[in-house]
Structure formats: structure tokens, C-alpha cells
Design a protein around this ligand. Structure first.
Ligand code: CTP
Length: 403
């Protein structure tokens, strides 16, 4: 009964799939949720407010003001009341308005005021769904942290067959149940994550760096925060940002700065995931002025070693703290990963190989194996970095349950 007592705003828009909203409400209410329906004017053409208010035991909201007594429906209060907002069915038009902040109805104003997680179940004709405008709008909504419940393939209202059918109500409810279950996994835990490259300055305009994009570390930070953790993300220079309220991002540039911040946060953490591609060396001297070709002619950079953050934390960790690292290798992968696991006293190491297509720097996908300190190796198929993050977080949750 994970949905018991949960406040759910159900947004209904003008799609033939609106009839499924009746079953959706019934299932949510049966599972103990409180449902407040907000419907667009077009939605009312497909299903009557009387049906919806009877099933949800709440008057249906559609207008900014009540026609009966002129009272104002506060989308702000509604947004604060909700534990989740679900828009099912979501038409291409509503998706477009949500993606672009066009607040011309009660549903979109409520969406813009809503602080709770938002789930969107699109329903439309196959060509409308496939159109770049719809896809770009959905991508934009994903980038806001909204979750898209993908439509399924099948016969559509137009009798054409393709992708655009709203997901079945039982499956939509399962998505919500899974969300509320997962959002408790790391409750009360503080997780420290390092991400991205480090830049080691040569002079005011040049540095030694690497190709790390930070995508894996940021995906991990989001996954852990979505599962209820307080996350501290120590990020090297990357173009990514995160708006998740549970992620505190500390931006650094060099390995030394990353070391300082990580060591400072470490004592109060339950787990640390060292995802950053830390430069092993830095120039011994950083020139104060730009180095000039005419003056220098030939040059040799003298490099000195940087601190090994993983090894320092591995040596300092208490028995109830988990520390995990990454190993991106080009050859003899397992041997190198196993060596790092032992040398840095890690609980597990996530191994990926540049020999695998779709794995490594810059990609949106990754193919990993996890090697733990008992020597057990688990290999995963090629997945999106978000899915890989969920796999790593699952492994971490198992370990945290044991300490
Ligand atoms: N790491 C770290 N600090 C460093 C170097 C590495 O925290 N100065 C961490 C990485 O974030 C990663 C793990 O250690 O989790 C392994 O990093 P890698 O660069 O593969 O290890 P190195 O010991 O530097 O070995 P290599 O010679 O292969 O670079």
C-alpha cells in the first residue's frame, strides 16, 4: 500500500484515451491515494466531470474560478498539496504547452506551480507522436526532470497502427508505485559523488584535461537523489547542470580542489561513488602569465603526482561507510580493475572498457561490469547512462542495507 495517503493530481486532456482515466482513478483510490482531477476544456468533451468527481470523491477542477460561487481555484495550493502530478492522457498540445510554459488553462498553470514529481503519459496518433516537434517537447520535459511514461504500439483511434496508445492504467499505477518505493531506498543517507574531469593549469589559458563529460556521475547523482539520498556532487568542469533539490553541487577545477572538497564532506557520508576522471599529474609550476612561443621555443612540462582521492578515502573509511570507484580501461581490463579495487580498498569497482562500442567518455550509453571485494563479477549489457546509474544505485542500496 505504498500509495496510501499519497496526494495525486491527475491531469486529463482532450484525447480519446481520457476514458481510461476513470479506471486510473478507481485503481489509485483503491490503493489508498487521494486523487484531485484537473481537466482541460477539451478533456471534458471526452469524459464528463460527473464521472470523474464521483470516482475521485472530489469536485473536478477545470476553470480558474468556480462558475457557481466565483471562488478562485488556487493552482499554487494544489501544486504544493501534491505528492505527484500525473498527466494521463497527455495530448501533443498539452505537452507542447507544458514544455514551453504556455499557461492558458488550469492544468498547465498547476503543472508550472507543482513542486512534486511529474509523470506524463502521452496519447496521440503515431505521426503526431513521432513528429520532431513532439519529440523535442518531450525531451525538454525530460530535461526538467519530468518522467515520460512511453506510449505503447497498437491500433489507434484513427485505426492506424503504431506507437501512440497511452500506457494501460495498471502499468501507469505501477510506475507510480515503483517511484514511491524507490524514493525511499536511500532515505536518510548522504551520498558523495565525484564527476567529470579535472583541469590542471599550465598557464592562465592552458590546462591538462581529459575527455570526461561528467554524464555518468551526474546520472548517478540524479538516481541517488531520486531514491531519497542527500547527494553532494563534487563536479569538475563540465557543461552539465542539475536542478534536483536533493543535490548540492560543488564545482571544482583541479584534482587538488576536488581532493580538498571530497575529504571535507567524507566523514559524514554513508557512501561515496568516485566517478571523476581525476588527472594523475599536474604541472609542477603554473605560469602566472601566458607562455609565449617566441620566448619559450621548446618546452618541457615537469609533472608531479596529484593526490589519489579514492585511495585516501579507502584508507580512511569506517566499516559502515561504502566507497566505490570506476575503472575505464583500454586493455587487460579485469586485471587493472581488480588491482585498483584492492590498492584503493574499495567495496566495489565499476569497470568499463574503451574497447566496447558505446562505452566510455562523452557517450550517452555505457557497458559496465561490477567487481566486488569478494571477487564476484557481474556484467551488464549496453544501456543508457541513466539505466546504468540505476544498476549501480541498486548495488549500492544492497550494500548499504548490510552495513
Ligand atoms: N581516482 C581518484 N583520484 C585520483 C585518481 C583516480 O579518486 N587521483 C579514482 C577515480 O575516480 C576512479 C578510480 O580512482 O574511481 C580509478 O581511477 P583511475 O584513473 O583508473 O586509476 P589510477 O589509480 O589513476 O590508475 P591509472 O594508472 O589507470 O590512471
Amino acid at each position: 500500500m505504498i500509495l496510501k495517503g499519497k496526494h495525486i493530481i491527475l491531469g486529463i486532456t482532450g484525447s480519446i484515451a481520457a476514458y481510461k482515466a476513470a479506471y486510473l482513478i478507481r485503481t489509485l483510490v483503491k490503493k489508498g491515494a487521494e486523487v484531485q482531477v484537473v481537466i482541460t476544456p477539451a478533456g471534458k468533451e471526452f469524459i464528463t466531470p460527473v464521472t470523474l468527481s464521483t470516482l475521485s470523491s472530489h469536485p473536478v477542477i477545470s476553470d480558474f474560478f468556480s462558475n457557481r460561487d466565483g471562488s478562485w481555484h488556487s493552482h499554487v495550493d494544489l501544486g504544493l498539496w501534491a505528492d505527484a502530478m500525473l498527466i494521463a492522457p497527455a495530448t501533443a498540445s498539452t505537452i507542447g504547452k507544458m514544455a514551453n510554459g504556455i499557461a492558458d488553462n488550469m492544468l498547465v498553470t498547476t503543472y508550472l506551480s507543482c513542486k512534486a514529481p511529474v509523470f506524463i503519459a502521452p496519447a496521440m496518433d503515431l505521426d503526431m507522436f513521432a513528429h520532431p516537434a513532439t519529440q523535442q517537447n518531450l525531451e525538454r520535459l525530460r530535461s526538467f526532470g519530468n518522467r515520460i511514461i512511453e506510449p505503447t504500439e497498437g491500433e489507434l483511434a484513427s485505426h492506424l497502427v503504431g506507437k501512440g496508445r497511452m500506457e494501460e492504467p495498471d502499468k501507469i499505477v505501477k510506475v507510480l508505485e515503483d517511484f514511491f518505493t524507490e524514493s525511499n531506498y536511500f532515505k536518510g543517507k548522504k551520498i558523495l559523488i565525484t564527476a567529470g574531469p579535472t583541469y590542471e593549469k599550465i598557464d592562465p589559458v592552458r590546462f591538462i584535461g581529459n575527455y570526461s563529460s561528467g554524464k555518468m556521475g551526474y546520472a548517478l547523482a540524479e538516481a541517488c537523489a531520486n531514491w531519497g539520498a542527500e547527494v553532494v556532487l563534487i563536479s569538475g568542469p563540465v557543461s552539465l547542470t542539475t536542478k534536483h533539490p536533493a543535490i548540492r553541487c560543488i564545482r571544482v577545477e583541479s584534482a587538488n580542489e576536488m581532493y580538498k572538497e571530497t575529504v571535507r564532506e567524507f566523514p559524514t557520508t554513508n557512501a561515496t561513488l568516485l566517478c571523476a576522471a581525476v588527472a594523475d599529474y599536474r604541472p609542477e609550476m603554473e605560469a602566472t602569465d601566458k607562455i609565449k612561443r617566441e620566448v619559450t621555443k621548446e618546452m618541457t612540462l615537469h609533472l608531479v603526482p596529484n593526490p589519489d582521492i579514492a585511495a585516501a578515502l579507502g584508507a580512511a573509511k569506517r566499516p559502515n561507510q561504502i566507497v566505490a570507484g570506476f575503472a575505464l580501461e583500454t586493455n587487460d581490463e579485469l586485471h587493472h580493475a581488480s588491482d585498483k579495487l584492492k590498492r584503493k580498498n574499495l567495496d566495489f569497482i565499476v569497470l568499463n572498457s574503451l574497447r566496447d562500442k558505446g562505452a566510455g567518455f562523452q557517450c550517452d550509453t555505457n557497458k559496465i561490469s561490477i567487481l566486488d571485494k569478494e571477487g564476484e563479477l557481474t556484467a551488464y549489457p549496453l544501456k543508457s547512462k541513466q539505466e546504468v546509474a540505476a544498476d549501480i544505485a541498486t548495488r549500492l542500496a544492497d550494500l548499504l542495507n548490510k552495513v
